[in-house]
Each structure stands twice: as structure tokens, then as C-alpha cells.
Design a protein around this ligand. Structure first.
Ligand code: ZN
Length: 163
């Protein structure tokens, strides 16, 4: 979905003149329960023609595929199944959050008003972020990154300030 009615919200060139209230109403068209069921919201900024033509992608598909294969192997070795198939107790065991990380996850959930399902999706995405980083533990930075992926407009970027 577009970030606003004109489609240019968040672009550095300032082309969007949609008022804040209008943008909020536009993004609120997707109900909370439906939003809860979406794992990842990714803001895709416009790629300038100059940048697209002259510069190579920072990381090639082969490298990305290899990184994902390693992360997936970690998941299977740890839990016997990929993170996407984990829920409830098995997911919490895979995340093994320490007291600080638990408190942080609760604050993020309260900030966003997530349901239990929303919190579970946060943990699942955070576990995957940690796996992609090669980390056994899920720390607050992984939770923050997952939370950014869980926010439809990507507008909440100050989670670090919550710690
Ligand atoms: Zn706009």
C-alpha cells in the first residue's frame, strides 16, 4: 500500500503535501486485527534513476541467499523447524529473552497496542533478525528492528529511546 494518498510520504524531496491527519486516516483503513496478521511492513523509498543506473546493488542475490540459508540452518538446528512455524512456548524458548529484553518487548507492545498475536509476531521476527545477524540471543536491538518491521508506516523509529 502507498504510505499516503499521494504516495510520496517519507520521501526526502518533500513532494508529499498530505496533512498528518489525512495520512493517519489513510493508513488506519487497514484494521488492527488485519494489521496484526501481517508480519513485515517494509518502507520502500523511491530509487532515483541516477542511483539505479550508475550504482550496483550493495549486496547481490547470491550473497543474500547464502545468508538466509545459514540463518535457516540455525533455526532448524535450534528448534527442529523454521521460526515461521514456532508459536507459544516453543517460540518463547527459542527467543530465551532475558529480564531486560522481556521488559523491552512489553514496552514495545504497549506502545503499539499489540494483541498477544501481535507480540508473538514481534518475537518471531526478532528471532529471525537475530538469526540473520548470527546471534544466539535475541537482544533489544533485534526487538527494535523487528518492531520497525511491524509498524505499517515505519514512522516509529525511536524505539531505542524506550529502553
Ligand atoms: Zn502524500
Amino acid at each position: 500500500m502507498n504510505p499516503c494518498p499521494c504516495g510520496f510520504a517519507g520521501e526526502a524531496d518533500g513532494r508529499c503535501h498530505c496533512q498528518a491527519g489525512l495520512v493517519d486516516r489513510y493508513t488506519a483503513r487497514i484494521s488492527g486485527p488485519l494489521r496484526d496478521r501481517i508480519d513485515l511492513w517494509v518502507h520502500m523509498p523511491r530509487v532515483e534513476p541516477e542511483e539505479y543506473v550508475r550504482h550496483a546493488a550493495p549486496e547481490g542475490s547470491t550473497e543474500v541467499a547464502a545468508r538466509i540459508a545459514v540463518a535457516r540452518r540455525r533455526q532448524l538446528e535450534r528448534s527442529g523447524r523454521p521460526n515461521s512455524r514456532l508459536s507459544g512456548r516453543a517460540l518463547r524458548a527459542a527467543c530465551a529473552l532475558g529480564p531486560r529484553e522481556q521488559s523491552h518487548a512489553v514496552r514495545l507492545a504497549e506502545l503499539e497496542g499489540w494483541s498477544a498475536r501481535g507480540i508473538e509476531r514481534l518475537l518471531r521476527v526478532a528471532r529471525t533478525v537475530a538469526d540473520l545477524a548470527g546471534s544466539d540471543a535475541v537482544d533489544c536491538s533485534h526487538l527494535d528492528e523487528a518492531a520497525r518491521f511491524r509498524s505499517p508506516s515505519g514512522r516509529r523509529c525511536g524505539y531505542e529511546a524506550v529502553v
